[in-house]
Design a protein around this ligand. Structure first.
Ligand SMILES: NC(=O)c1ccc[n+]([C@@H]2O[C@H](COP(=O)([O-])OP(=O)(O)OC[C@H]3O[C@@H](n4cnc5c(N)ncnc54)[C@H](O)[C@@H]3O)[C@@H](O)[C@H]2O)c1
Length: 320
């Protein structure tokens, strides 16, 4: 049984805690949250003990899940890896490229397994688009696109999400998922051009986001994101020279079209990937994870270039 400690007892941490307490391959040893009542309630539910400082529990576990607010990820992830614990770090992997580097360095130094919570790419519809593209069915990729628009007014959301400095804005908190699946399929990025908007004065604040990625292989990635959008959309697509695979506006139905001839619904046969069980596989069998800290670092390098381009008004090159 893999012994797990969970940092945070909010919505996301609760999902992790319930999974790892019931999957039969692990047990949750402790749950840490400064809100004692939350830690106690979740700990009781999953048969663990509540903690108010995760450092006291590090020696009792094999792995740590960091599911606290975004600005805490760096310090907590580094402390866990430095203690030799396998690390499941929720996205974003830090608030900046600098923080991501620190996390990846700690993981590499300690030679522990790591997983970054890029849950969106693990869904079956994106898996199917990726599979169709990798199988050559679409031809070489011309463009990938996504639109992720919601009304989630941060001014009305309680706590850390309301503060763009703590959440990292719509890019770090939500749209990093869209960036990640495009990078996974498209490969290295040559340059990025982006525009952001926010009423908050902080230079990295972003509530609306548009970016264009120029991939080294000639493909283009385009994204529009907002959490202050009156209309909602979760559409995505991959367009090749021969055919395109793309979703409906909710991202749930997949369509296939070849050279403008037809537009047919495509039966999705790929399963959802399960990053939580994959993390246990990696620990038990010494296999790779779906999205380790070195991959998280590559994603953050492009996210950083997106913010750089938005600030300068010029295209930016992601750091190597
Ligand atoms: N992968 C995904 O799709 C996905 C989905 C939702 C959230 N998340 C991520 O999970 C993390 C948590 O999000 P959430 O929705 O559960 O937020 P939440 O606000 O529901 O929970 C955050 C919890 O962290 C606690 N906390 C505050 N300070 C802490 C500290 N110093 N140490 C430990 N815990 C502390 C809070 O008391 C709260 O209980 C965020 O990083 C978020 O981006 C990822």
């Amino acid at each position: 049984m893999v012994k797990i400690g969970i940092i945070g007892a909010g919505t996301n941490a609760s999902g992790h805690a319930r999974y790892y307490a019931t999957c039969g391959r692990s047990k949750v040893v402790w749950v840490m949250d400064p809100l004692a009542a939350r830690a106690q309630s979740l700990a009781k539910e999953v048969g663990a003990r509540p903690l108010d400082d995760f450092r006291w529990g590090l020696s009792d576990v094999d792995a740590v899940i960091v599911a606290s607010p975004n600005p805490l990820h760096r310090d907590q992830a580094v402390a866990a890896a430095d203690a030799g614990k396998h690390l499941y770090c929720e996205k974003p992997m830090g608030m900046s490229l600098l923080e991501a580097r620190e996390i990846a360095s700690a993981v590499n130094r300690a030679k522990v397994k790591s997983q970054v919570g890029f849950a969106v790419r693990f869904g079956k519809v994106i898996q199917q688009m990726e599979q169709l593209s990798r199988a050559g069915t679409l031809g070489p990729i011309v463009a990938m696109w996504s639109r992720r628009l919601v009304w989630m007014d941060p001014a009305k959301a309680p706590g850390w999400r309301a503060d763009p400095v703590q959440s990292g804005g719509v890019l770090m908190e939500v749209n990093i998922h869209e960036l990640e699946w495009m990078l996974h399929l498209g490969g290295p990025v040559e340059s990025v051009y982006s525009v952001t908007r926010s009423n908050h004065p902080h230079p990295r604040a972003n509530d609306h986001l548009w970016f264009v990625l120029r991939f080294r292989n000639g493909a283009t990635g385009m994204h529009e994101g907002s959490w202050l959008s009156s209309e909602a959309c979760f559409g995505r697509g991959v367009r090749g020279t021969d055919a395109a695979a793309f979703t409906d506006e909710w991202g749930t139905k997949l369509f296939f079209a070849r050279q403008g001839l037809s537009r047919d619904e495509y039966k999705v046969t790929t399963p959802d990937l399960d990053p939580r069980s994959n993390f246990l596989d990696a620990i038990e069998r010494n296999t790779p994870t779906l999205a380790d800290a070195n991959w998280g670092l590559k994603v953050m390098a492009v996210a950083e270039a997106i913010l750089e381009s938005a600030a300068s008004g010029q295209p930016a090159k992601p750091a190597e």
